[in-house]
Design a protein around this ligand. Structure first.
Ligand code: GUN
Length: 296
């Protein structure tokens, strides 16, 4: 039986709808409008597209969007001064500094200057520590989106074998923490893992986040498994530019029980979860109940 396709585009639209409904209530009942500040340093074309999409979707759900576009040669001191200003601004509930930053800027230093309560990326060292110890935190957007899709598909994840391929701070490690939090038995595999195929074949839930085009093939998938493909790789095939994931979709879909496509799978969930995190940060800042189903 062919795999169920998990439609991330539709799911992200549903999440945005839930966020928009909650934002409308905050405005009516409390006169409150959540605000997201996005900081972009330099003119990297891919980053410019992401930032534009974030701004558009922020406004669409009824939140305020504040964009700060800084020159590529902005000094660390000037960037830190802007972050301090945003930390102190009561109209700003979420702050995101678009990565990667130009090489002369220390990303760790910059990210850790953000108020952890406004760190809607969940990259601040305090949020990493809170997530790792099972405490309430801001959760990185892409893994949060994957978790929401898995919970929606399976209900409970308790006792399932989960294999996360990739050990990045942005996806692999927080994904593993979230799956552990939902009582999965979790393995983190990576480029040096011995017999990766055999490790992957143990997975009831297989999350591919390695950044290598179509590296996970159908023979590495357990029959009936749920495959979440976080990869976004631009390749050229038959002389045409093409977007593919870290999973070879055609062969994996023959074996899997459910699978996310690329594009239209995990990708759209990332910004939806950024909006959800901004709403959550706003509610927490004001001591209001958090939106249900939109947090880890
Ligand atoms: N660049 C690519 N993905 C991300 C992300 O999730 N957050 C930030 N801040 N920068 C990124």
């Amino acid at each position: 039986m062919p795999a169920t396709i998990i439609d991330g585009k539709a799911f992200a639209a549903k999440v945005r709808g839930q966020v928009a409904a909650h934002v409308a209530r905050l405005r009516e009942e409390h006169g409150l409008i959540p605000g997201l500040a996005v900081v972009l340093v330099g003119e990297d074309p891919a980053s410019q597209v992401y930032v534009r999409n974030k701004g558009t979707q922020t406004l669409e759900v009824g939140m305020n969007s504040y964009e700060h576009k800084l020159a590529v040669d902005t000094s660390e001191a000037d960037l830190l001064a802007l972050i301090a200003k945003l930390n102190a601004d009561p109209a700003v509930h979420g702050i995101l500094v678009q990565l990667p930053l130009p090489a002369h800027l220390n990303s760790d230093l910059v990210i850790n200057a953000i108020d952890p309560a406004k760190d809607v990326d969940g990259f601040h060292i305090s949020n990493v520590g809170l997530l790792g110890t099972g405490q309430k935190s801001m959760v990185p957007c892409t893994p949060l989106g994957c978790l929401m899709m898995l919970r929606d598909h399976h209900g409970s994840l308790s006792g399932m074998n989960a294999v996360v391929v990739g050990r990045s701070n942005i996806v692999g490690k927080p994904m593993a923490q979230l799956l552990l939090g939902d009582s999965c038995t979790v393995t983190i595999a990576h480029s040096r893992t011995k017999d990766l195929a055999e490790v992957c074949r143990r997975a009831d839930i297989l999350v591919a986040a390695v950044g290598r085009a179509e590296m996970i093939t159908g023979d590495m998938v357990k029959p009936g498994a749920t495959v979440i493909d976080v990869g976004i790789n631009r390749i050229e095939r038959d002389g045409k530019a093409k977007l593919v994931g870290d999973v070879e979709f055609a062969s994996a879909a023959e074996v899997a029980g459910a699978i996310t496509p690329v594009p239209g799978g995990v990708g759209p969930m990332t910004i939806a979860c950024l909006l959800a995190n901004t709403l959550t940060a706003c509610c927490r800042a004001k001591g209001l109940p958090e939106p249900e189903g939109l947090t880890a």
